[in-house]
Design a protein around this ligand. Structure first.
Ligand SMILES: C[S@@+](CC[C@H](N)C(=O)[O-])C[C@H]1O[C@@H](n2cnc3c(N)ncnc32)[C@H](O)[C@@H]1O
Length: 198
């Protein structure tokens, strides 16, 4: 029942209205993973697909803030994306309340358009929006990825069918990524860009 409902939701062009106010966010465990990976690779520029109320954005922006330390860094930023205007403004308010507005902002609208203009080099990408758009969003951002950039994609277990082409693409070894599914929480695909310096 839940599986067929979920399948219908991700096949519609937009998010179902029922989900407009739903507070779906990373668990503490997955938030910790985001924070730790961002710290480990010293991420300074992070892009997020699907920010909702900004909870994952807060984990990512906290890591970027901690990476740059007390000093400021003009290139440090977390760019989130959210298509629902109410969620976008709630996320923006949450970032302000967390004291992270100077580092993070949420772009309102379809990420396939709003994320097209993000600056390179991107150190870390978090994919958590519509599951069947993981691959198009990755392809959009690929030219901006720095060598060794990390791409984390959430909900690999719950949305197995919708993310199948994405997982196949990053794991094939033919598209410039090394990748493995981390079987924690709802499973996250952990991919690393094999791009080399030009
Ligand atoms: C699971 S929630 C994100 C949760 C958030 N990452 C967190 O952990 O706090 C997915 C969000 O992606 C948004 N979304 C889905 N497709 C999108 C698109 N094409 N562009 C921008 N946002 C999108 C939805 O509106 C929804 O709020």
């Amino acid at each position: 029942m839940w599986a067929s409902f979920r399948n219908r939701l991700t096949q519609t062009p937009g998010q179902h209205p029922l989900f407009r106010d739903v507070y779906s966010a990373v668990t503490e465990e997955r938030g910790a993973l985001l924070y730790l990976v961002a710290r480990a690779i010293q991420a300074k520029r992070v892009v997020e697909f699907g920010s909702s109320f900004g909870i994952s954005t807060i984990y990512l922006a906290t890591a970027v803030r901690d990476n740059i330390g007390a000093g400021s860094n003009a290139n440090a930023s977390v760019v989130g994306s959210e298509m629902e205007p109410e969620k976008c403004s709630a996320a923006t308010n949450n970032l302000a309340a967390a004291g992270l507005s100077g580092i993070a902002r949420i772009l309102e609208g379809d990420a396939l358009q709003t994320l097209a203009a993000v600056d390179a080099p991107v150190d870390l990408v978090f994919l958590d929006g519509r599951k069947d758009l993981y691959l198009p969003v990755l392809k959009l951002l690929t030219p901006k990825l720095r060598p060794g950039a990390v791409i984390l994609a959430d909900n690999i277990r719950s949305f197995e069918k919708q993310v199948a082409s994405y997982v196949q693409y990053v794991q094939s070894g033919k598209n410039g990524f090394v990748s493995s599914t981390l079987k924690i929480s709802d499973w996250m695909e952990f991919s690393v860009s094999e791009r080399t310096e030009k």
